[in-house]
Write a protein that binds this ligand. Structure first.
Ligand SMILES: *[C@@H]1O[C@H](CO)[C@@H](O)[C@H](O)[C@H]1NC(C)=O
Length: 330
């Protein structure tokens, strides 16, 4: 082989190696690739977190999400992290699935692997009080708590929990072998501090306040493919939200949550988003589309979709009001 041919082969080989490396890098971490390759396009994205197929369908149907043409997504731990813009604002979104472990895992991954300035969560919840929230309404809570963390006391234990099962015997209340349960606080871990025991997890006040300003005149969707809400849907600010790994459709337990905690909604995701964001010292906000009322009749698929869509509308209006934070160029 001549010397020139050999040189050509070496150059070709080098090119192949380089091409392979850059493809691998871009697939692994699209945002850091975009953000470190050129200072002019360095910015932080907003993290949009949603739980269900129905939530994602609302986002896709809106036509407002535009996937990034070069790096539309990255797959980590079975989750797909989508890169793009929502009505021109740079975002990443992830569908987490429900229940605290799934939600927390996906939010933590999003925060660890990508440059995210804050978390906007939207999902569905059940109303615990139909006088405050009806299906199709959007709740913007001020605080959320895990209300499924219990110490379950012994039958006839000296110290009684506030949830007394005998109070719910039917048709008459009395004693019940299930005894009582006491709701517990949860540990909040943050960098450089001892873990704290907390019950209410406050929504970041600056974003909560921005949301109350931005969404006060938001017009929500009333009908979807032939199904309409009975009234005009509204955005309700300042409620308290309860989260547990069981979804509350039971009216008696819903009434207990209202009475003991003044909670207006129940879901199985919001407090996970809150705890993970607080642990990582990231700003966050929660939008819940009400899909049913605890103890009420089950909503049809049209109403459930409207609930998702209205929560999505609230999240989008909020996102579009946030200026895109840029990384400083050195
Ligand atoms: C209970 O919640 C409702 C609705 O969010 C609120 O208007 C009311 O002030 C709360 N009551 C107390 C005692 O916190």
């Amino acid at each position: 082989m001549s010397r020139i041919n050999l040189a050509v082969l070496v150059v070709l080989g080098l090119l192949l190696v380089t091409a392979k490396q850059s493809t691998q890098m871009s697939l692994k971490n699209p945002t850091s690739y975009i953000e470190t390759s050129n200072c002019k396009v360095a910015f932080l994205r907003l993290g949009l977190v949603l739980t269900s197929d129905n939530n994602e369908k609302a986002l896709r149907d809106s036509g407002l999400f535009e996937p990034d043409s070069e790096n539309p997504h990255a797959d980590i731990a079975g989750r797909r992290f989508h890169v793009g813009t929502l009505n021109k604002t740079p975002i990443m979104y992830v569908k987490t699935g429900t229940h605290s472990v799934n939600v927390a895992t996906a939010v933590q991954t999003l925060l660890l692997k990508f440059h995210i300035s804050g978390i906007i969560f939207f999902g569905s919840s059940g109303s615990l009080d139909k006088d405050i929230l009806m299906p199709g309404d959007v709740a913007v809570p001020k605080a959320v708590a895990f209300t499924g963390v219990w110490e379950w006391k012994k039958f006839r234990s000296e110290s009684k929990g506030k949830l007394v099962f005998g109070d719910f015997n039917y048709p008459e209340n009395g004693e019940n072998l299930l005894g009582t349960a006491e709701h517990q606080k949860i540990q909040l871990f943050t960098t450089g501090e001892e873990p704290k025991e907390v019950f209410w997890l406050p929504i970041s006040s600056s974003w909560y306040e921005a949301a109350t300003e931005e969404l006060k005149d938001l017009e929500l969707k009333k009908c979807h493919s032939g199904t309409c809400l009975p009234g005009t849907p509204k955005v309700v600010f300042g409620s308290k939200a309860s989260t547990s790994d069981f979804y509350v459709k039971n009216k008696a337990y819903g009434d207990f949550l209202v009475e003991k905690f003044n909670a207006s909604t129940a879901d199985s995701a919001s407090a996970s988003v809150a705890l993970t964001s607080l642990s990582n010292e990231k700003i966050f906000v929660v939008f819940q589309g009400v899909s049913n009322v605890a103890g009420g009749k089950s909503s049809n698929s049209g109403i459930k979709y409207i609930a998702s869509y209205n929560a999505f509308l609230a999240a989008t209006k909020f996102i579009n009001s946030i200026p895109t934070p840029r990384l400083a160029c050195e």
